[in-house]
Design a protein around this ligand. Sequence first.
Ligand code: SAM
Ligand code: SF4
Length: 346
Amino acid sequence: MEIQEHSTDSIITSAMDDRVSIKDSYGRSFNYLRVAVNERCNLRCVYCMPEEGIDFLSSEQLLTTDEMIKVIEILSSAGVNKIRFTGGEPLIRKDIVELVSRTSEISGINSIHMTTNGIFLEEFARPLFDAGLTGLNISLDTLDHQKFIDITRRPGLEKVLNGLQAALEIPYPSVKLNVVAMRDFNQDEIKDFAELTKDKSLIVRFIELMPFDAHQIWKTGKFLGTQKIRDELKKHYPDMKPVSGTATEHHLFHVPGYQGNIGIIPSFTRSLCSNCNRIRLTADGKIRNCLYSDSEYDLMSVLRNFGMDSDIFEIVNHAMLAKPLDGFEAQKNGDHHRESMTQIGG
Ligand code: SAM
Ligand code: SF4
């Protein structure tokens, strides 16, 4: 594997001039920034957040829109062209439409996506599209009303389905449904979810449960691995065919005659780390180089102490150069001081 070594100075000069991507020591390059815009959420998914919530930071401790835009501008100059807004729940951030709109004006950004629980999506689908949003990932783990309440601890299935419908009607260039696959919870709904791809231009993606919740519900036998999900799909669709997907979505299938595709995300099995192209920015202004790593690199203090653009770039570059080989290596060194995926951005 090619080892990339270069001084920050040489990168920043060429990055600003030639749109060179940010690289790590294993030769991966990073053109995709995931921004957690808040930690708060209007749902309480059992695998993500405790019923009572977490120790939320105050709004002054979170990045402002100006600060996020500044980071995106600096990184776009270094080759980042894809942004995802996540959280917490992005649609409860008051200035979310403004954030998308200002991001869409940044030169070099050609894809702006959002991950949302969909509760407020019916209302926001159009304004976000008009502001420049190009893709939506909607999280939904069940199509049953009672099970929706059981998993999210709140009512709202109807609202999410209406939000999905609104996104499909606009239509957004990319609409995906994220389903966290869980044994004895929604294993029996895998076919029902896959059937949504029959007449909808939609990618339904089954995601492995990950061990990131303070209460560790993933230890309760709910984990359902990629192989099992694929076996279940094969049972119902023996002639489904593999198709090519994005870098971290290689398990992508198509049922002949169906409009959409079906994906499996091995987020716990971590078989796609070698394709990783992601930089993560937490709501409190820290860079993380891997979902499974607890190392964080503080941008907030530099942003708030009149740091120069080159200082910001240097922190991101330093963080990504320190990226571990894969999620297993990253986890070895971790002490898991974050209580919920909402603090990392999923
Ligand atoms: N609130 C938004 C939503 O739910 O789409 C965005 C933030 S949420 C943290 C992002 C994604 O992370 C969601 O698709 C959610 O299902 C997933 N997620 C959260 N905790 C998880 C866990 N322990 N294992 C697997 N996926 C998880
Ligand atoms: Fe909220 Fe998303 Fe976490 Fe569910 S997964 S509690 S919707 S942040």
